[in-house]
Design a protein around this ligand. Structure first.
Ligand code: 4YB
Length: 462
């Protein structure tokens, strides 16, 4: 039987439009140069003894070398296992052990272990033959570590086909072509960053590297960025820098990764830019539902290649973008129900016109004096207050009630009194939802997602 293959999009554009810019960075790389560098890199990986199915740990954020290695893995069938550079060396070693990697690449020090330390010449080039390069969409492509609420990270494994379906579905709502540049504004070790490579290279657009030495506002004003993905925290920071989309080439802003505060959307719309809001997860290769912001928690309809249903209040997903499984003790584990649905542990429902509303994580639910408290409900109300930039609510133990809410607040500027926030909550929610304890916003060490478990411990000892 003949196996279906997919042409490598980078080779495709290298033949069709060789001088078009594939990567904007300190030095722009054309599709021809990118292809030549990938050819050289794949040779080096092969010479190092790596072959299809081997796992490669790579400490990456989003530099040019990081992108080249990520795509060399796509081409050679090596499973790309990106690690967060913020992890200390012993943590990197622990994860590389858990993932049983054959080789390890890092721009910094490489921890000792049973893996082969890789030295790669990123600048070497090797001209390509003038023919398409076939890729097998069924082969395993990468592992993304995602920290569930439990704290122990899970390794989410994707096939190439998952990312191709994800990018194609994305393009039906977010047009992307050769005149566009997507900023790599999310790290490559996060699915929201990694997915950008597939969207850009399939479209023959440009990837704009994120030079983090200057504020995001300045980068958007000086770089050819038309497309941008941000989590709400990043957008708040950008707005605080006095960002005005009129001074940029920005056309599409994709907001996701966490609940999206309505005031954030209004601020942006006031500046003349309507963002797209998105609900996604690593297990579905990033976006699942995306749409125009129409109300609190509303995140649009499922994109092509994704199916969604609600089972007992829980969002369940499946489709062409559904991951291959978790890598656990050397095996692929696929936790799906009998009908092939992946249960997300997110609570949600549909609006009358078929848009998804995300209500929060089921695991975050706690009980206070017999009443259910979904912390996200309180957070949503808090962030609607003009003085509040971000809010995070966690349970603290209480002798009388079992558990009571405590709130971390990140202010836009001057704080308002707790009495005012209490009144603000009371005008929309029942009294038992008013937090017992108010705490200043914690230092999250630059992580995209705060660990609620860690913050609950912090709130309890405060
Ligand atoms: C949400 C949520 C929402 C996720 N409301 N909770 O390209 C993209 O899709 C993208 C663009 C901009 C920013 C981020 C992204 C992502 O990839 C997000 C994917 C992601 O966050 N994956 S994750 O595995 O790290 O976390 C998934 C969880 O995040 C979900 O299960 C939800 O709990 C939460 N989440 N979007 C409320 N709109």
């Amino acid at each position: 039987t003949e196996q279906a293959t997919e042409p490598c999009p980078v080779r495709h554009w290298a033949r069709l439009a060789p001088e078009r810019i594939a990567i904007h960075g300190n030095e722009p790389l054309s599709y021809r140069q990118l292809d030549a560098r990938l050819n050289a890199l794949c040779r080096q990986l092969e010479s190092a003894g790596l072959s299809t199915g081997d796992r490669l740990a790579a400490v990456v954020r989003g530099a040019q070398a990081d992108v080249l290695i990520a795509w060399a893995c796509v081409r050679s069938g090596i499973v790309f296992c990106p690690l967060n550079p913020a992890f200390p060396l012993p943590k990197q070693a622990e994860l590389a052990t858990q993932l049983a990697v054959a080789a390890f690449w890092s721009g910094g020090e490489i921890p000792d272990g049973p893996w082969q330390p890789l030295r790669l010449d990123i600048e070497a080039e090797r001209a390509a033959r003038d023919e398409p390069l076939a890729l097998d969409p069924e082969r395993l492509c990468n592992m993304i570590l995602t920290s569930g609420s439990s704290g122990t990270p899970k390794a989410v494994v994707h096939r190439l086909a998952n990312h191709l379906a994800s990018a194609r579905g994305s393009a039906t709502l977010i047009p992307l072509d050769e005149a566009c540049g997507w900023l790599l504004s999310l790290p490559l070790f996060h699915v929201g960053g990694y997915a950008i490579l597939f969207r850009v290279f399939l479209a023959g657009a440009s990837l704009v590297l994120d030079d983090r030495s200057q504020p995001l506002k300045a980068r958007l004003e000086s770089q050819p960025v038309t497309h941008l993905s941000l989590v709400p925290t990043q957008l708040w920071r950008l707005l605080a820098q006095g960002f005005d989309p009129a001074n940029t080439r920005l056309r599409e802003l994709l907001l996701g990764g966490a609940a999206i505060p309505e005031p954030l959307v209004s601020r942006l719309e006031g500046l003349g830019l309507i963002p797209k809001v998105s609900y996604g997860l690593s297990e579905m290769g990033s976006q699942v539902c995306t749409g125009q912001p129409t109300g609190a928690g509303v995140v649009g309809k499922p994109l092509p290649g994704r199916e969604l249903c609600i089972r007992q209040g829980e969002i369940c997903v499946r489709g062409a973008t559904l991951f291959a499984g978790y890598f656990k003790a050397g095996q692929l584990e696929r936790p799906l129900d009998e009908e092939g649905w992946f249960h997300t542990r997110d609570k949600g429902h549909f609006t009358e016109n078929g848009e998804l509303v995300v209500e929060g994580r089921l695991d975050n639910l706690f009980i206070s004096g017999g009443e259910n408290i979904q912390p996200e409900t309180i957070e949503q109300r808090l962030v609607d207050h003009p003085a509040v930039a971000q809010a995070l609510v966690v349970p603290i133990p209480s002798d009388e009630w079992g558990q009571r809410p405590a709130a971390f607040i990140d202010w836009h500027g001057e704080p308002v009194s707790h009495a005012e926030l209490t009144a603000w909550i009371r005008s929309a929610l029942p009294g038992f939802m008013v937090p017992d304890r108010w705490l200043p916003w914690p230092d999250l060490g630059g992580s995209l997602k705060p660990s609620r478990t860690r913050l609950a411990t912090l709130a309890t000892s405060a």
